[in-house]
Write a protein that binds this ligand. Sequence first.
Ligand code: GLY
Length: 379
Amino acid sequence: MTQRVLIAGAGLLGLGVARQLAASGCHVSLFDPRAPGVETSLVSAGMLAPHAELRHDEEDLLALGRASQALWPRWVEALVSESGVAIDVRMPGTLVVAYDGDEYAAARHHLDTLERQGLQVDHLDASDLRDLEPDLSPHLVGGGLIHGDGQVDNRALLDALRLRAEALGVTILSGIGLQSVEAVQGRVAGATDTAGDTHPCDAVVIAAGSWSRSIRLPDLPPLPVRPVRGQLLAFASVDRLGRRLRLERAVHAPSVYMALKADGTLLAGATMEERGHEREVNTGALFEHLREARRLLPQLDELPLRDIRIGFRPTSRDNRPLLGETEIAGLFCLTGHARNGVQQAPASIEIVAAAVLGQSLPAYAEPFSPKRFTTRAAR
Ligand code: GLY
């Protein structure tokens, strides 16, 4: 029997799971209070760097990140051929860099840990760094190149996913969110949208990013997902004398990361701010951020600032995503990815699509079950 699935949130994850479920024969409707792909997925810098930012106690996240990294090439390839949209994806490695001995020792420790886990890492001194990326600060003392990391054009990706979802018959409702989910005897029966209309269904997927908390769930507490705001700066990469900035790889310094996108936009990401869903530019955070970006790439002084983009990282209480079914049968979560929503998208979508379709899940999905927050004992 065809499943009728409602999805809250038409960002990268909502569109991605809609595409997969529609391709598997489900009847899918996507609800978004704004429009598809205009919030955090669009603001992201598209970093595919599961290793660069990891903490040492996050082995479960590393397993999810690695599984997702392995899926990226064929996920994009399939999407390009299905949609006809060209999507730039590159895996030239990520540079982690340090300005002094303390930072270098910390970076070394991190890189050594990754190496022990089987990852290929090149340790670099200041002159290696200059050879690899000549436009980086001359004050860097060293760092490392983490192989296998990269970046994607997340904007093209969103276009491709939306086109493909539409072509598969997914209904996309812009300007209408999901407000509440209704259940009968512990099983999803329908959901009510922000216009007050109720839609019967077999399953609901909450993929509303940092707004997931505002959707009322039957017999469950609000999902513990808060927005951690980021201001991302977009610069032109050619200065007024026609000099083009060179930056082959994404670079992570202790307080900023920078990446040159295929269209020539230079991105400097991103502040971490606990300001709810505020949309005003915060001058203090912006000032600090610009200073760190300029420290890393001195040529920035001469590059036009084109845009200040604000996004809201959906961050759960334990910094891990919520993937899979809740204890309400037919109610699924695909949210809470914090800083890693784009990178973890292919694996997360695969997990949640499998859960909706009643298929078995990979072992690495287990720590991310939403039940860790929603069972009565955990509340
Ligand atoms: N993944 C980088 C960020 O969230 O800023």
